[in-house]
Design a protein around this ligand. Structure first.
Ligand SMILES: Cc1ncc(COP(=O)(O)O)c(C=O)c1O
Length: 342
């Protein structure tokens, strides 16, 4: 409430002190670099690609198992979406990536999504991208507080994109997003692009758009940021309860050297739909993220096959997980899963 009052009393609702302070605080939380607040995670992708001069005539590789927002943002930047299969942790597969890059010309960047909060196999992806001279960008929207070999997710490369959609590990009270970058020049260009291409008021130097993080959302994010580590620690604690107590389903993999942020706790079952219906009858609400891979959606349809992702979308099921869940509730979910007759 105090934060809301502060914003109301300031009389400034767009790009003011709260946004400036959140950008500085989030950058410092990530261990340095520059943060540019924008209106959403989708805009963060579009603006970062535009700031890196990736657009018409260029291809951007996107994992075929990802929210459609990722592919939509690539299209909005004017670039062509090139799909690539995932591996068993359901993040981008380095071998499949190598094959796509060897086969296809004109690829400028790869968007590595740390899906469900599990870090991508960064080093292997980096090796493949470096060999082909292609940029590797992190989409950290589902992985606030995850780590790869002790390094904060979002700071592994030159730049990363973030969504603060309300359900994320760090969520605003509406739409919000950001770009992190290690480069001051890139940050400066992003600031320009997010507001009509202005460096100086009323002088559009670049063909920018309107994608500003508003003061109210920034103030909310500032209130929530300090508790993010404790909240993710709680998610991990509850995830380990699931991992030790669940029977009869495939559990999420956590690769060595990775600290999972458990944005989602995703199990797999060949009888997923029946299991979900059974859980519902037992009062357990679960969710399917995502029911279709990108090539199975009309806007991004293509004839190519992506066997790992195609199998995953038939099997994945997110079980309840949030920092306020009790261990008793976890036990009840585990009991309901164990009772499933399949
Ligand atoms: C991995 C990923 N990238 C991008 C987005 C798009 O973010 P937003 O909904 O804030 O535009 C999301 C949000 O759902 C996401 O999970």
């Amino acid at each position: 409430m105090l934060a809301v009052q502060r914003v109301l009393q300031s009389g400034r609702f767009i790009l003011g002190e709260e946004v400036k302070a959140f950008e500085a605080e989030f950058a410092s939380f990530l261990g340095g670099g520059h943060v540019v607040g924008v209106a959403s995670g989708t805009d963060a992708i579009e603006l970062l690609l535009r700031a890196m001069e990736i657009g018409a005539g260029n291809g951007v590789i996107v994992p075929v198992l990802a929210p459609s927002a990722v592919a939509a943002a690539v299209r909005r930047a004017g670039a062509c979406v090139v799909l690539c299969d995932v591996e068993e942790t359901l993040t981008l597969c380095p071998q499949a990536l190598r094959q796509v890059l060897e086969k296809q010309c004109g690829i400028k960047a790869v968007l590595a999504v740390h899906l469900y909060g599990h870090p991508c196999e960064w080093k292997a992806l980096e090796e493949v991208c470096e060999a082909q001279g292609v940029l590797l960008i992190e989409d950290a929207s589902q992985a606030h507080e995850a780590r790869f070999e002790q390094k904060a997710i979002g700071t592994l490369g030159r730049a990363s994109v973030w969504s603060f959609y309300p359900t994320k590990n760090l969520g605003a009270l509406g739409d919000a997003g950001a770009v992190w970058t290690s480069e001051a020049g890139l940050a400066e260009k992003l600031r320009c692009l997010r507001e009509y291409g202005w460096r100086q008021r009323h002088v559009s130097e670049l063909p920018g758009i309107n994608s500003r993080l508003d003061e109210m959302q920034a103030a909310m994010l500032r209130v929530k940021l300090p508790s993010l580590p404790a909240q993710v620690a709680k998610r991990r604690e509850l995830a380990s309860c699931y991992l030790s107590r669940l029977r009869g389903v495939r559990l999420p993999l956590v690769r060595e050297g990775c600290e999972h942020a458990f944005h989602q706790f995703v199990i797999r079952s060949e009888h997923r739909d029946a299991l979900q219906a059974h859980l519902k009858l037992r009062g357990v609400l679960s969710a399917v993220l995502y029911p279709a891979a990108l090539h199975q959606q009309p806007a991004f349809a293509c004839a190519e096959r992506f066997p790992v992702a195609e199998k995953a979308v038939r099997e994945v099921l997110s079980l309840p997980l949030h920092p306020y869940l009790s261990e008793a509730a976890i036990d009840a979910v585990c009991a309901a899963v164990e009772d499933f007759p399949a």
